[in-house]
Write a protein that binds this ligand. Sequence first.
Ligand code: PEP
Ligand code: MG
Length: 553
Amino acid sequence: MTDYNGKSVFKGIAIGKITVYKRTSVSVKSYTVSDRYEELERFYCAKETAASQLDELYTLAINEVGGEDAAIFMIHMMMMEDFSFLSSIEHLISDGGFNAEYAVSVTGQSFFDMFQSMDDPYMQARSADVKDITTRLLDILGGIKEQKISSDEPAIVIADELSPSETVRLASGNIIAFATAGGSASSHTAILARSMKMPSVVGAPIEITPDLNGKTAVIDGYDGKIYIDPDERFIALMLRKQADEERKFALLLEFRGKENITADGRKIDIFANAGRMADIDDALENDAGGIGLFRSEFIYLSRDNFPTENDLFEVYKAAAEKMRGKEVVIRALDVGADRRMEYYGLPNERNPALGCRGIRYLLNRPDIFKAQLRAIYRAAAFGQVSVLYPMVSTVVDAGRIRKINDETVGELKAEGIPIGDVRQGILIETPSAVIISDLLARDADFLSIGTNDLAQYTMVMDRENSLMNDFFDPINISLFRMIKMVIDNAHRYKKRAAVCGEMAADLSLTKILVAMGIDQLSVVPSEILPLRKEVCGINIGEIGDETLQQLWT
Ligand code: PEP
Ligand code: MG
């Protein structure tokens, strides 16, 4: 099996036999014509034929992709009628005495180059449209019939490039997917492919040779990959992936835009966990209510010194803006234990998991802490940004955090830097924090339970140690009692209680978490809609107190 990476155009999986498509290209010769008016007339005739072809394509496209995207062919028509495009061709024929093919080809090339050299990727992608119009006119002038791509059985097209007009005809030619060596994800070809819901990948470095014809290929539009000659096992894997994605897509259709409300009317916030910027896009696509845990460590990785306040600000601002007013909970840097970079200057500890990690590291390094807080406060001027402090275990920790916070806000104000309100959250992930969660809730704005660490510190089991798998009990009563305690303590002070550890995504536990009164669950973006479905099916009244009482008996 050979595989190639390209850019995904439409997310979907297709498996089929390859049909190689190579456009017949006309080689354009330049010569001078004896009758310039006759040549001009020949060009006008070609333009008229092109216009009626575009008209026909427009009608076809309305059926295939709807009016909005069909407008692409109206744009082609307008481009062909563009004053400077036309006058360049006319000038070459009537003043230069050149043949129409040469005039069209030279003009097309210079417009192509002009669009290609533009900085804006959208404008750059318009070069493909110029090429499409130019090829159409040249084909008509050369007497070449419009080429149609079709196959007797459902097939995958592999081509150097596809024009928008070739693309719109694919579905009626029994083509289920395509991959091209050239092309861009913002071209009209790509726009059409998306509307046609055709799995497709562009910009893949495939050598287009006739021997590819008839070979089996898999187009994985989720990951922008093309596999040629896959074995049976791989195909089975891909079919499973496809079924899985289709299930998610069906959920998406059914549950996107719906509220997370139990059958008896309790609203639960379902937020997303994010560990990189791309997760924010996934969160939006999956309809997250906000970002409940933005693991900010990724900004500190793959560099050899601390990011500056501005580096951090740019990322946080981008996240806040992308979420358009929905809350983004940024976790303060959580380093130490297994999360180490050379430049952090972490001490050598006998037992780092019980040492200088999370908030303890930040309290030891107020310079690093303040830089991050400043960036967070500044980003809050562009959206709804909150902060979450990891590994807090004492009331003293909370007091020291408050002091640094107050100083930071005072400094920003004194400097006249615009800031926004930042709600303060405590990540409850040590048994100590659970026991004092009433005191923490009193002074914070919200509590979020980090069950990954809370489980490891409660059960004294390293979360990375596979030897512990047999001992680890995910439905550990001690953990549930702790969660209940944190929720009750938060509610005592009318504060929100969330779970943002992996446990929040375990659908077998949703019922009990909801029955215990959890306000928010924060999970990986792909789990949002399955979780919404689960929440909508819950009737808290039916769960009954008994289930909860079991935790105490
Ligand atoms: C947790 O510990 O549950 C948590 C959310 O944080 P992380 O997994 O990043 O340690
Ligand atoms: Mg943690």
